[in-house]
Design a protein around this ligand. Structure first.
Ligand SMILES: [Zn+2]
Ligand SMILES: [Zn+2]
Length: 471
C-alpha cells in the first residue's frame, strides 16, 4: 500500500492525496488549488495521474480547498463514486456551482480584453454543467456507517466538528491477509463550536494523515468571540451606525447568526436590524436547516425551546437573496448589522457595503475570519489607506476591528491532544502532517516528536510513502 501527496502539503490549499491499495487507486479529497492565477490553472487542470484510473474518491468535507476540483476530475474522465456525508453532498451542490460560476465569469472578464487584443480566448477550468455532472457521482454515507469503496478497503466517517457534514475518514485495509488502518483527519474542528458536535477521535490508527493549520497557534475562547460581538453591536446601536461583518458563506455566517440569536434570547442584544446579505450564505443556511442529524445537543435543545425554535433566526434578522433588496441597504438610515460575503472581501456584495460605508467614521468593520495575503480584507486589517474597491480608491474612515476566537480549526493544543489520544492505543507507525504552512507543520511536528510520536513526516508535493501492512 502506498500514499502519494499531491496537494495541501506544506500549504493549506488544494488538498489531494492518492492511496494505492490492492491494485486500486483511491483519492482522498480533490481540492481546488488557489493562489497565483496561472499556476493555479496549471495545477488544477493537469492531474498528476490519469483521472480515468481513479476508482473512488473519499471526500472529507465541502470546503472548496477539499472538494473544489472534483468537476475537473470528472471532466478528465473519472467514472467512479465520490463518497461523502449527505450534508457534504448538499453543501457541494451549492458550492461547486458557485465555484463554476466564479470560474466562468472570471474567464469571461479576461476574454473581453483578449478579444480586443486579438489574442486566443481562455476556457474556464470548469463550467456549471461540469459541476452538475459531478453531483451525479456522489454516494452519501452517514457517520459511523461502514462502506467498501473498493475491494479490500472498508471505511467509515467520524464527525470532524469542522463544518456541517465534515468527516474524519477511517480506512481499514485487508490486502490478501495483510492488514492496516489509515486515518485521514480532514480538517479538525474545535470543541464547543456552536451548532456542530465536537470532533471525534478514531479509536486507533497505524498511519495517520493529520491537518496542521494552526500547529503553531492558540485560539481565544468562543465566549470571547461572543462578547466581542455583543460589545460591537451595542456600540453601533448607541451611535446610530452600521456594523459590517465580512463573513464566509459556509459555517462562519451561521456561527455569527447563532451567536447573535443567543444574545437576543439572553436580552443582551439591542433591537438592531441584522441582515444576512449573500445569496450563497442564505442557501447554505437552508442546507444547515436540512441536516439536524449533524447538530450538537445545545442546538437541538435550543430548537425544542418554546420561545425560540429557530436558532438561525430571530425577529430582527432578515435573509436577503434578491439584488433589489440588497441595494435598499445602501439608503438605510437606521443602525444595522450587515453580514455579507465573500469573507476576505474579494468579491460579492460585501464590496458594495464597504464602498458605501468605509468613508463613514461611524461605521465599524468587524473581521471574524482569516484574511489571506493580498486580499482587500488583509489590506484593511493591515491599516492600508486608501484601499481599492472596484478599481477606485476609498479612504478608510471606518473603524477596522478583528474578533478573535472565531475559527473552525483545532488549535495547537487541541491538535496535540487529538493525536495523543490515537497515540495512546500504541499502534501508530507513522504520522503525516498536511494542510499547514511549512512553519506551522514543522512546529507541530517538533511538538509531536517531543510527545513521543515517531516518525512524523511533513511530505512535499509528489512525495510517495510505502505503508507497510502486517499479517
Ligand atoms: Zn475546511
Ligand atoms: Zn481545509
Amino acid at each position: 500500500m502506498r500514499v502519494q501527496f499531491w496537494g495541501g502539503v506544506r500549504s493549506v490549499t488544494g488538498t489531494m492525496h492518492l492511496l494505492q491499495v490492492n491494485g486500486f487507486q483511491v483519492l482522498l479529497d480533490c481540492g481546488l488549488y488557489q493562489g497565483n492565477r496561472k499556476k493555479a490553472f496549471e495545477i488544477n487542470r493537469n492531474f498528476p495521474f490519469d483521472a480515468r484510473h481513479i476508482d473512488a474518491v473519499l471526500l472529507s468535507h465541502a470546503h472548496i480547498d477539499h472538494s473544489g476540483n472534483l468537476p475537473s476530475l470528472v471532466k478528465a474522465g473519472f467514472r467512479g463514486k465520490i463518497y461523502a456525508t449527505s450534508a457534504t453532498r448538499d453543501l457541494d451542490a451549492l458550492m461547486l456551482l458557485d465555484s463554476a460560476h466564479i470560474h466562468e465569469s472570471d474567464v469571461a472578464y479576461v476574454n473581453r480584453r483578449r478579444r480586443k487584443q486579438g489574442k486566443h480566448l481562455f476556457e474556464p477550468l470548469y463550467t456549471q454543467v461540469d459541476a452538475m455532472a459531478t453531483l451525479n457521482h456522489f454516494a452519501c454515507i452517514e457517520y459511523n456507517q461502514t462502506f467498501e469503496p473498493i475491494p479490500g478497503l472498508t471505511a467509515h466517517f467520524l464527525d470532524a466538528g469542522h463544518i456541517l457534514g465534515s468527516a474524519i475518514i477511517v480506512m481499514d485495509v485487508n490486502d490478501n491477509g495483510q492488514r492496516g488502518r489509515i486515518v485521514f483527519s480532514g480538517d479538525i474542528g474545535r470543541r464547543g463550536l456552536p451548532i456542530l458536535r465536537d470532533p471525534q477521535v478514531a479509536d486507533r490508527a497505524d498511519f495517520l494523515i493529520m491537518e496542521s493549520t494552526y500547529g503553531n497557534r492558540l485560539h481565544e475562547s468562543a465566549d470571547e468571540a461572543k462578547e466581542a460581538l455583543r460589545e460591537t453591536a451595542q456600540s453601533v446601536y448607541d451611535r446610530h451606525a452600521k456594523l459590517i461583518i465580512p463573513s464566509f458563506a459556509v459555517g462562519r455566517t451561521q456561527e455569527v447568526v447563532y451567536r447573535l440569536n443567543q444574545l437576543w434570547e439572553e436580552h443582551a442584544l439591542p433591537p438592531i436590524d441584522v441582515f444576512v446579505d449573500s445569496p450563497l450564505a442564505v442557501n447554505v443556511t437552508e442546507v444547515f436547516r436540512l441536516h439536524p442529524e449533524c447538530y450538537d445537543t445545545e442546538m437541538l435543545d435550543a430548537m425544542l425551546q418554546e420561545t425560540d425554535r429557530d436558532p438561525l433566526g430571530f425577529r430582527h434578522l432578515s435573509y436577503i437573496r434578491h439584488a433589489e433588496k440588497s441595494k435598499r441597504l445602501n439608503t438605510l438610515t437606521t443602525p444595522a448589522i450587515i453580514i455579507s460575503a465573500s469573507g476576505m472581501c474579494e468579491a460579492g456584495r460585501i464590496l458594495h457595503h464597504l464602498k458605501n460605508n468605509i468613508e463613514d467614521p461611524s461605521t465599524i468593520v468587524l473581521f471574524v475570519g482569516f484574511q489571506a495575503e493580498n486580499t482587500l480584507g488583509r489590506k484593511l486589517l493591515d491599516g492600508q489607506d486608501p484601499v481599492p474597491i472596484f478599481g477606485e480608491q476609498y479612504s478608510v474612515k471606518a473603524t477596522i476591528q478583528r474578533a478573535e476566537g472565531y475559527s473552525a480549526h483545532a488549535d495547537r493544543t487541541e491538535l496535540l491532544e487529538w493525536a495523543s489520544r490515537i497515540q495512546e492505543k500504541g499502534t501508530l507507525k507513522c504520522l503525516f502532517l498536511v494542510h499547514g504552512e511549512e512553519e506551522s507543520s514543522f512546529a507541530l511536528a517538533k511538538a509531536l516528536e517531543q510527545q513521543g510520536i515517531s516518525p512524523v513526516e511533513v511530505p512535499q508535493r509528489g512525495q510517495t510513502f510505502e505503508l507497510k501492512l502486517e499479517s
